[in-house]
Structures are given as C-alpha cells and as structure tokens.
Design a protein around this ligand. Sequence first.
Ligand code: ARG
Length: 277
Amino acid sequence: MVSVNQHRIPRKRTYLMCSPEHFAVAYAINPWMDVTTPVDAVLAVKQWDRLRETLLGLGHDVHLLTPEAGLPDMVFAANGAFVVDGTVYGARFKHEQRAAEAAAHRAFYEERGWHFIAPNETNEGEGDFAYLPEAHGGLVLAGHGFRTELPAHAEAQEALGRPVVSLHLVDPRFYHLDVALASIDDGNIVYYPGAFSAASQRVLAQLFPDAIVADDVDALAFGLNLVSDGANVVLNSEASRLAGKLKAAGYTPVPVELTEVRKGGGSVKCCIAELRN
Ligand code: ARG
C-alpha cells in the first residue's frame, strides 16, 4: 500500500534530448496536430530549455542530439530508441515523415559505443516502451494499436532479454504508451485506464495493484507524459489533479510549461529518452 508522506528516494538519471530549433506542425499524424495552428518557435525553444534546466537542477545528466532541418518532430527524442541495461533497441517509425530520425539516434549510440540492435519491426522507441527494473525482476511494458506493431514487442524481448507485456491502446488521442502510462519509480506506474482495452486494463491492475490511476482530464492534459526519478516527477503544469495525487503518495511534482511542443501531440516524456546503462 502507498502510505501518505512516504519517503521517496531519487535515483540519478541520464537523459537524451533534442532542441526544438526546427519544430513545427508541418503535417498531422496524430489527432492533436493541426497544421493551421501557429507555433511560436522561439517560445518552444525557451520552454524546452527550461525543461532541460529542470532536469539538470534535479542532478541528472542530459545529453543532446543535434536537431536536423526538415525533421520537425525530432524534439520528441523519446521515439528514437529504447535502452535497457546498455542495450539499445532501435526505432523504426510508422510514418514516412519521421523515418529519418531513426538514423540520427542510431548514430548517437554507435558513436558512443553502445550495443545497438537494429529493428526489423515498426516501433517508436520509448514512446511505446517503458521499463520497470524492480517490477517482477525487470519488466518491459509495451503499447501497440497505433504506432508500434505487435511483432516489435517480441523483437524487443529477444533484443533486451526482459519479459515484454503487450498492452493494447484503443483511443487515438493516446496513440503512444507514454501519453497513457508512466513509471513513477522502479516498480510502480501511473496510468489512465481509458486508453487501454478492457483486457489490458485487467493486466495492468493485476501487475500493479498499487498504481496511481489518473482521470481523463489529467490524461487529456498530457499529465501521464511525465518523467520521474523515483521522487521528483516532472509533468505538464496543466495536470494539476494528478500533481496532487502524486504529492499525496509522497512524490514531489515539478510542473513545467510546454505549450508549444504540445501542439505536436507531446509533452515532457516525449522530449526525453532515458539512457539506462
Ligand atoms: N508529432 C509526434 C508524432 O506524432 C509526436 C510524438 C510524441 N512522442 C511521444 N513519445 N509520445 O509522432
């Protein structure tokens, strides 16, 4: 049971981010994207910088990927790969518009000597994969339904040597796992049940009886698209009710404003990949 005022201990993380210098809503590949909505590019960079500084301020390391012109979604660094214990399972994007991002991520890891495994199956990295090192000895949660395809779950299991639990996403507004579910510490999650099929909701309830459950208002405010170090939870400032629930469970919510990249259909977690050594 989660008790009020439980003491949470942060663990130092290493993250990868990519500046939104070239960010734009140039095409629409998820229901949040509207190519007629104006984007303030200067503000986008400013808000992203504040997110980066927030992570540094919490004591984490942040590596940077060089943004490329013509790849307006590259700011969503979470989608480029999925890393567990030094092994990198590469991404293969569903949509042509983002396909070239995979090579930039691959080069980042290969130049630094990471063990990189190229995928044959369509998958969007940490957008659809989450890792819980202390759950059942190390568990991968994986989403399918919109972007990552089911065969990639089996491929990830073979690449990473960790059991992969497949979860079916059924609401197009929650087209990636990381807009519907997040790890809040090494063994527990927060999620929005309505994003998942009835059977997948049952699986989550069975695996994570102490999970924090978010409501539709917080979920639609991108509240689940958060990054936690086990104690500090960086999340979209609009998800105020979820922040209250996290606080009651002993976590420290750290709200950030990301109004511009949100127009691309992402928030905090989408901008951050975790490099797990
Ligand atoms: N516009 C991007 C897309 O639709 C947003 C990606 C958000 N990233 C994420 N990890 N959920 O692909």
